[in-house]
Structures are given as structure tokens and as C-alpha cells.
Design a protein around this ligand. Structure first.
Ligand SMILES: Nc1nc2c(c(=O)[nH]1)N[C@H]1C(S)=C(S)[C@@H](COP(=O)(O)O)O[C@H]1N2
Ligand SMILES: [Mo]
Length: 253
């Protein structure tokens, strides 16, 4: 698909108020390309009316999402045990039978970039860090959400402990399945951002990201890397697997 329609182009076609509204609701702070919209919606888009139809459908869903991700106090809502979704969905860019198998004894978390203490971490050392639990909603851009319970260590405290430069712009993640993503430092230091090792009080199952998943309840699901192998701190924009294909990088509050 060669033709690129940006929201700005659409605005100039007289759709202004609706599209401006939708753009805000869809947290598309940068430009929206047809390719990105096809990815988000899973539809082939050939005409202006397809664009409008998809934006409207996405907007209805996003109205609900906004309430879950954005809170006046800037905290994601937390839920009681009774609200947990059973079974919790699996999602990745591949099928469940291709989930990486990671050996617990060999595993080391690597640290790189603007971090003073780059000593790799074995799992027992990570499990010995202070742990907290959180029941929050995971919101996937594909149009589903689910509530789950994750436990782990506050990520900001971990970054400080290893001497990360917390004035740097980005924290990047490299995963065992070749997935990668990155978040802004403010989100990395957010009190609800956790480096989690457990799901539903059990060691994180392979499908949910063994040995660890970064839980970022203020952001969309694709900003929550599973199977993290390396964490790096940088001032150079690291992008991400979906972000590099057109998904909005910030995707949250
Ligand atoms: N390593 C890795 N992390 C990932 C993904 C992935 O494909 N690989 N998919 C992301 C997306 S789009 C979602 S919705 C969640 C799904 O997490 P779950 O399987 O625990 O529901 O993981 C996110 N983190
Ligand atoms: Mo997702």
C-alpha cells in the first residue's frame, strides 16, 4: 500500500471535528498512516469511507480503554481478586506452541547502557528482591482486555539499585523471542510499574512470559514485554516490535 493518508490530510478534507476528536481518543499523537490503521484494525483499507468506519469502531472501544488507562490521579485502577479474568488470555506475535522455553538455571538478566552496575542477575537473586502484588487490567490494542494478578519488584527501585541514569529518556527491553519494546523514564519510575515474576501467585508460566514480564498498567499490552533477557537505559529512541510497524510509541498515560 503506497498511498499514505495522515490524520492531517484527512483533516484538510473537511472531516475536522470528528477526526480531531477521534485522534485524541485513539491516543494517536503522531501521524496516523494507512498502514498503521490496517495493522491496528486488521482490515485492508482502500477508501476514505473504510478509514472513517474503522476509526469510529475503534473509537467506541477506545472510549472504554481511556477510562481504564487514564485516571485523574494518574494511577491505573486496581481490582479485587473477584474481578480476575479466567482464563487469562495468551497473546504474542506467534502461537502458544512456539512460546520460548527458558532454562531457569542458565538464565541471567543482562543490563546495558546508562547503568552503573551491569552485573547480570540470576533468578534467585531477582526473587530475593522486595515483592509486591497488583491486580490490574491488561489492555491489548487488538480489542480485548483482561484483569490479572502479577507480583514482582517495583521497577523504579530496581533501576535505582543498579545505578541507572534516571535522567535518561528511555528504558529498552530485549526479549528471548526477539520481541523488543521501550518506555519513557517517567513510566519506568511510575509506582505501579513492576518487574513481575509471578502470575496468580505462581512462578510466571511460560506463556505469560517466564521468567519475567514488565507490568505497565498505565500502558497498552504491547508495552508490557515478556521473557525479558536484557534491559538498557539510553537517550537514543529504541522503538519496538510493533512501534516500528506504526503503532503509537507512547500508547498510555
Ligand atoms: N516477548 C514478548 N512480549 C510481549 C509480546 C510478544 O509477542 N513477545 N506481545 C505483547 C502483547 S501485544 C500483549 S497483548 C501481551 C500479552 O501478554 P499475555 O500473553 O500475558 O496475555 O504481551 C506483550 N508482550
Ligand atoms: Mo497486545
Amino acid at each position: 500500500m503506497k498511498k499514505i493518508i495522515t490524520v492531517q490530510n484527512l483533516l484538510s478534507k473537511g472531516e475536522s471535528s470528528t477526526l480531531k476528536h477521534l485522534q485524541r481518543r485513539l491516543f494517536l499523537r503522531q501521524s496516523l498512516t494507512l498502514g498503521a490503521l490496517s495493522l491496528l484494525s486488521g482490515c485492508q483499507i482502500t477508501e476514505q469511507k473504510d478509514v472513517d468506519q474503522i476509526l469510529h469502531a475503534m473509537s467506541a472501544w477506545n472510549d472504554r480503554v481511556q477510562g481504564w488507562l487514564f485516571d485523574p490521579r494518574k494511577l491505573a485502577p486496581e481490582y479485587p481478586e473477584s474481578a480476575i479474568t479466567h482464563p487469562f488470555p495468551f497473546n504474542a506475535f506467534y502461537d502458544e506452541d512456539e512460546v520460548p522455553v527458558i532454562d531457569e538455571a542458565d538464565y541471567r538478566l543482562e543490563l546495558a547502557g546508562l547503568i552503573q552496575d551491569k552485573k547480570p542477575w540470576a533468578l534467585p537473586e531477582l526473587y530475593a528482591l522486595p515483592q509486591v502484588s497488583q491486580i490490574t487490567r491488561h489492555v491489548c490494542v487488538e480489542g480485548w482486555s483482561a484483569i490479572g494478578k502479577w507480583s514482582g519488584t517495583p521497577f523504579g527501585a530496581f533501576l535505582k539499585r543498579v545505578g541507572a541514569d534516571t535522567s535518561a529518556k528511555f528504558v529498552g527491553f530485549k526479549c528471548d523471542d526477539d520481541y523488543y519494546t521501550s518506555i519513557d523514564m517517567a513510566t519506568a519510575l511510575h509506582p505501579q510499574t513492576l518487574l513481575t515474576f509471578r502470575y496468580a501467585d505462581q512462578i510466571l508460566p511460560a506463556k505469560y512470559g517466564f521468567p519475567m514480564k514488565l507490568r505497565v498498567p498505565t500502558k497498552l499490552g504491547f508495552k508490557n514485554p515478556k521473557h525479558i533477557r536484557a534491559i538498557f537505559v539510553t537517550n537514543e529512541y529504541p522503538g519496538g516490535y510493533w512501534e516500528d510497524q506504526g503503532y503509537n510509541w507512547f500508547s498510555g498515560s
